[in-house]
Design a protein around this ligand. Structure first.
Ligand code: SF4
Length: 366
């Protein structure tokens, strides 16, 4: 039997690759060899997979393939972060059109963190986020999600340190592309796949309650972060229109039912917007909202973009953090990487130049 056209190997699970090999009259373990080559060894050319018989490589090359996104541009930040601009081709099989997405590679002491996109653009329309201005262009396939990570790892392989963190905080709302994201996560977390433990993979959601409830039922799942960003419904409705569909009571209700593993905390992200959500009254309301939850909070100084907001003062951030810590909530200030190349949180909008000033405050704590 021949391989059907447009049979993309990257993104296929172990079972799918086994089935593909069996359909070609090959032993199933050949599928596992391809799986290992793709994800553990990052071999992106079938000719490099030399433990496959040459005849099978030849047959696979007629129809199946490993089609990596093109790296259209790399933006190097003064702080070491690299923003990748990827061009994704159209996928005839899935009838999807070409699109561009971004990922960010952030090296730091003892680990590297890769922030990857799960959709091209985003439909959620958070008012403080530049990605929202793109609207939703399309969902990414598991292969397109994994490719961002594999390419960033491969390009930086000479300087990699043992630990890699993956955060799905790039373009898109991961829980609105649930199946593809979870497939990618399973391959990431598989010791025979990319081999990144669940403790080091995080999905960040704007608060898609049915997605959180579904994730709660998964036996293999990454960690969960929730983008909170407001201390009451009126504020959140204005900043994150998704709150009108899933208001705080529903969101925090789903969080309270979420079955945390012994080592796990829910992470609440809170973008600090000057004069909007950064007062001590806000901090007190956040403490009430999170009461009883096993959680941590990341305060994220807003990263400037062409939007009608301003950064919170250092004093406001420090006082907010202090109040939460005083009330028993572990709270960090997460300063984004790569601000100068539009690689920081909320800045991913396919920009081709670097329109903002370089900031000396880009210290890191991802
Ligand atoms: S913050 Fe995330 S969910 Fe909200 S618009 Fe931006 S990419 Fe979408």
């Amino acid at each position: 039997m021949s391989v059907s056209q447009n049979n993309e190997l990257l993104g296929k699970t172990k079972e799918e690759l086994r089935e593909l090999c069996v359909s070609l009259g090959e032993p199933a373990y050949r599928g596992e060899q391809i799986y290992r080559a793709l994800y553990a060894e990052r071999k992106f050319d079938l000719e490099q997979v030399t433990n496959l018989p040459a005849a099978l490589r030849e047959r696979l090359s007629h129809g199946a393939g490993i089609r990596l996104p093109e790296v259209k541009k790399r933006f190097q930040s003064v702080d070491g972060a690299i923003r990748y601009l990827f061009e994704l081709g159209p996928n005839e099989k899935d009838k999807t059109r070409a699109a561009s997405v971004e990922a960010v590679f952030m090296p730091s002491e003892g680990r590297q963190t890769i922030c990857a996109s799960t959709q091209a653009g985003c439909a959620v329309n958070c008012q403080f986020c530049l990605t929202a201005q793109l609207g939703l262009i399309r969902n990414l396939s598991p292969g397109e999600i994994l490719a961002q990570i594999l390419i960033a790892l491969e390009e930086n392989k000479d300087t990699l340190v043992p630990h890699t963190n993956i955060v799905f905080m790039g373009q898109g709302e991961p829980l609105l592309n649930y199946d593809a994201v979870l497939t990618a996560c399973r391959i990431l977390q598989d010791p025979n796949g990319v081999g990144i433990p669940a403790k080091r993979v995080t999905i960040s959601t704007s608060g898609i309650v049915p997605g959180i409830e579904r994730l709660a039922t998964e036996s293999e799942r990454p960690k969960l972060a929730i983008s909170l960003n407001a201390s009451n419904d009126a504020q959140r409705d204005a900043l994150m229109p998704i709150n009108r569909k899933y208001p705080l009571a529903a969101l925090l209700g789903a969080c309270r039912k979420y079955p945390l593993r012994s080592w796990e905390f829910l992470m609440f992200e809170y973008v600090m917007l000057g004069g909007i959500n950064d007062t001590l009254a806000d901090a007190k309301r956040v403490v009430k909202l999170l009461a009883g939850l096993k959680c941590k909070v990341n305060l994220i100084p807003w990263n400037p973009g062409d939007l009608p907001y301003r950064e919170s003062s250092e004093e406001a951030i420090a006082e907010f953090q202090e109040l939460l810590i005083d009330r028993g909530i572990v709270t960090f200030v997460r300063r984004s990487r790569g601000r100068d190349v539009m690689a920081a949180c909320g800045q991913l909008a396919l920009l081709n130049d670097t329109p903002i000033e370089k900031s000396s405050s880009n210290l890191i704590t991802l």
